[in-house]
Design a protein. Structure first.
Length: 174
Protein backbone atom coordinates (compact mmCIF):
# COMPACT_ATOMS: atom_id res chain seq x y z
CA UNK A 1 0.00 0.00 0.00
CA UNK A 2 1.40 3.37 -0.93
CA UNK A 3 1.04 6.58 1.02
CA UNK A 4 -1.65 9.04 0.02
CA UNK A 5 -0.07 12.36 -0.80
CA UNK A 6 -2.34 15.38 -0.86
CA UNK A 7 -0.56 18.33 -2.46
CA UNK A 8 -0.06 21.47 -0.41
CA UNK A 9 -0.56 24.89 -1.92
CA UNK A 10 -0.09 28.37 -0.51
CA UNK A 11 -2.86 30.93 -1.01
CA UNK A 12 -1.62 34.10 -2.69
CA UNK A 13 -4.84 35.90 -3.72
CA UNK A 14 -8.60 35.63 -3.21
CA UNK A 15 -10.12 35.84 -6.70
CA UNK A 16 -13.78 35.74 -5.60
CA UNK A 17 -16.13 33.99 -3.20
CA UNK A 18 -18.42 31.31 -4.59
CA UNK A 19 -22.07 32.26 -4.84
CA UNK A 20 -23.11 29.49 -2.45
CA UNK A 21 -21.69 27.38 0.34
CA UNK A 22 -22.04 27.42 4.11
CA UNK A 23 -18.28 27.77 4.59
CA UNK A 24 -18.15 30.81 2.29
CA UNK A 25 -15.63 29.06 0.01
CA UNK A 26 -13.51 31.23 -2.25
CA UNK A 27 -11.72 30.68 -5.53
CA UNK A 28 -8.11 31.53 -4.80
CA UNK A 29 -4.91 31.77 -6.70
CA UNK A 30 -2.49 29.40 -5.00
CA UNK A 31 1.14 28.49 -5.50
CA UNK A 32 2.26 24.85 -5.53
CA UNK A 33 5.71 23.54 -4.53
CA UNK A 34 6.94 23.84 -8.12
CA UNK A 35 5.97 27.53 -8.26
CA UNK A 36 2.93 27.02 -10.50
CA UNK A 37 -0.21 29.13 -10.08
CA UNK A 38 -3.38 27.08 -9.54
CA UNK A 39 -6.99 28.11 -9.07
CA UNK A 40 -8.26 26.30 -5.99
CA UNK A 41 -11.60 26.47 -4.20
CA UNK A 42 -10.63 26.88 -0.55
CA UNK A 43 -13.02 26.20 2.32
CA UNK A 44 -12.10 28.26 5.35
CA UNK A 45 -11.30 26.43 8.56
CA UNK A 46 -13.09 29.23 10.41
CA UNK A 47 -16.22 28.72 8.30
CA UNK A 48 -17.58 25.19 8.81
CA UNK A 49 -19.76 24.26 11.74
CA UNK A 50 -17.30 21.54 12.73
CA UNK A 51 -14.23 23.75 12.23
CA UNK A 52 -11.07 21.68 11.59
CA UNK A 53 -12.93 18.37 11.98
CA UNK A 54 -15.25 19.41 9.15
CA UNK A 55 -12.28 20.06 6.88
CA UNK A 56 -10.80 16.65 7.74
CA UNK A 57 -14.17 15.12 6.83
CA UNK A 58 -14.08 17.02 3.51
CA UNK A 59 -10.65 15.61 2.74
CA UNK A 60 -11.57 12.06 3.73
CA UNK A 61 -14.75 12.22 1.64
CA UNK A 62 -12.82 13.51 -1.39
CA UNK A 63 -10.21 10.75 -1.04
CA UNK A 64 -12.85 8.06 -0.55
CA UNK A 65 -14.87 9.29 -3.54
CA UNK A 66 -11.72 9.25 -5.67
CA UNK A 67 -10.87 5.73 -4.47
CA UNK A 68 -14.38 4.65 -5.52
CA UNK A 69 -13.73 6.16 -8.97
CA UNK A 70 -16.31 8.91 -8.58
CA UNK A 71 -15.40 12.01 -10.57
CA UNK A 72 -14.14 14.49 -7.99
CA UNK A 73 -11.91 17.55 -8.23
CA UNK A 74 -8.34 17.01 -7.04
CA UNK A 75 -8.06 17.78 -3.31
CA UNK A 76 -5.46 20.15 -1.90
CA UNK A 77 -4.34 21.30 1.50
CA UNK A 78 -4.35 25.07 1.25
CA UNK A 79 -2.13 27.07 3.56
CA UNK A 80 -3.25 30.51 4.66
CA UNK A 81 -0.29 32.45 6.00
CA UNK A 82 -0.34 34.92 8.86
CA UNK A 83 -1.15 38.39 7.52
CA UNK A 84 -2.83 37.07 4.33
CA UNK A 85 -6.11 38.70 5.43
CA UNK A 86 -4.63 42.16 4.85
CA UNK A 87 -4.72 41.56 1.08
CA UNK A 88 -8.43 40.67 1.10
CA UNK A 89 -10.73 43.58 0.21
CA UNK A 90 -14.08 42.23 1.47
CA UNK A 91 -14.30 42.63 5.26
CA UNK A 92 -16.28 39.40 5.91
CA UNK A 93 -13.82 37.36 3.79
CA UNK A 94 -10.84 39.13 5.40
CA UNK A 95 -12.16 38.08 8.83
CA UNK A 96 -12.48 34.46 7.69
CA UNK A 97 -8.93 34.61 6.30
CA UNK A 98 -7.60 36.04 9.56
CA UNK A 99 -9.35 33.30 11.56
CA UNK A 100 -8.26 30.54 9.16
CA UNK A 101 -4.47 30.90 9.35
CA UNK A 102 -2.91 27.49 8.86
CA UNK A 103 -4.14 24.51 6.88
CA UNK A 104 -7.48 24.53 5.05
CA UNK A 105 -9.23 22.14 2.65
CA UNK A 106 -9.22 22.98 -1.03
CA UNK A 107 -10.14 21.39 -4.31
CA UNK A 108 -9.24 22.05 -7.91
CA UNK A 109 -11.50 24.62 -9.51
CA UNK A 110 -13.85 23.03 -12.01
CA UNK A 111 -13.54 24.21 -15.61
CA UNK A 112 -15.79 26.94 -17.06
CA UNK A 113 -19.20 25.70 -18.13
CA UNK A 114 -19.59 23.37 -15.17
CA UNK A 115 -22.31 24.46 -12.80
CA UNK A 116 -24.88 23.09 -10.38
CA UNK A 117 -27.33 20.69 -11.99
CA UNK A 118 -30.72 22.45 -12.28
CA UNK A 119 -33.39 21.03 -9.95
CA UNK A 120 -36.04 21.10 -12.67
CA UNK A 121 -33.90 19.35 -15.30
CA UNK A 122 -34.02 15.56 -15.62
CA UNK A 123 -30.76 13.64 -15.45
CA UNK A 124 -30.06 12.18 -18.92
CA UNK A 125 -30.58 8.42 -19.13
CA UNK A 126 -26.89 7.71 -19.82
CA UNK A 127 -25.84 9.64 -16.69
CA UNK A 128 -28.34 8.04 -14.31
CA UNK A 129 -26.03 5.18 -13.22
CA UNK A 130 -23.33 7.69 -12.23
CA UNK A 131 -25.90 9.93 -10.56
CA UNK A 132 -27.12 6.89 -8.58
CA UNK A 133 -23.53 6.09 -7.52
CA UNK A 134 -23.03 9.66 -6.31
CA UNK A 135 -26.35 9.54 -4.46
CA UNK A 136 -25.36 6.22 -2.85
CA UNK A 137 -22.02 7.75 -1.83
CA UNK A 138 -23.84 10.63 -0.16
CA UNK A 139 -26.12 8.19 1.67
CA UNK A 140 -23.09 6.11 2.74
CA UNK A 141 -21.34 9.15 4.13
CA UNK A 142 -24.55 10.64 5.55
CA UNK A 143 -24.81 13.79 3.48
CA UNK A 144 -27.44 15.54 5.55
CA UNK A 145 -28.64 17.91 2.82
CA UNK A 146 -31.38 15.58 1.66
CA UNK A 147 -30.92 16.73 -1.92
CA UNK A 148 -27.52 15.17 -2.47
CA UNK A 149 -27.72 14.94 -6.24
CA UNK A 150 -28.58 18.62 -6.53
CA UNK A 151 -25.91 19.66 -4.04
CA UNK A 152 -23.00 17.54 -5.22
CA UNK A 153 -23.41 17.07 -8.96
CA UNK A 154 -22.34 19.56 -11.53
CA UNK A 155 -22.96 19.00 -15.17
CA UNK A 156 -21.27 20.09 -18.33
CA UNK A 157 -22.63 18.49 -21.44
CA UNK A 158 -22.49 14.74 -20.97
CA UNK A 159 -20.46 14.42 -17.77
CA UNK A 160 -20.94 14.81 -14.05
CA UNK A 161 -18.48 16.02 -11.49
CA UNK A 162 -18.98 15.29 -7.84
CA UNK A 163 -17.87 17.98 -5.39
CA UNK A 164 -17.67 17.60 -1.63
CA UNK A 165 -19.98 19.50 0.67
CA UNK A 166 -19.36 20.54 4.25
CA UNK A 167 -22.05 18.17 5.55
CA UNK A 168 -21.01 15.17 3.49
CA UNK A 169 -18.95 13.26 6.03
CA UNK A 170 -21.01 13.51 9.14
CA UNK A 171 -20.09 9.88 9.86
CA UNK A 172 -17.58 11.01 12.48
CA UNK A 173 -18.91 11.33 16.03
CA UNK A 174 -19.94 14.81 17.06
Amino acid sequence: MSAIVVPRVRATLVLHPLSSGRTKPCVMLCLDDAGNDLEVVVKWRAGPELKEIGLICELLAALLADDLDLPVPKPFIGEIENGFHRSVTRPEIAKLAEDSVGLNFGSQRLPPGVGTWPKDKAVPVLLRPLAAEIFAFDVLTQNATGDAIIQTCSGAGKRFTCATTSRRSSFLPE
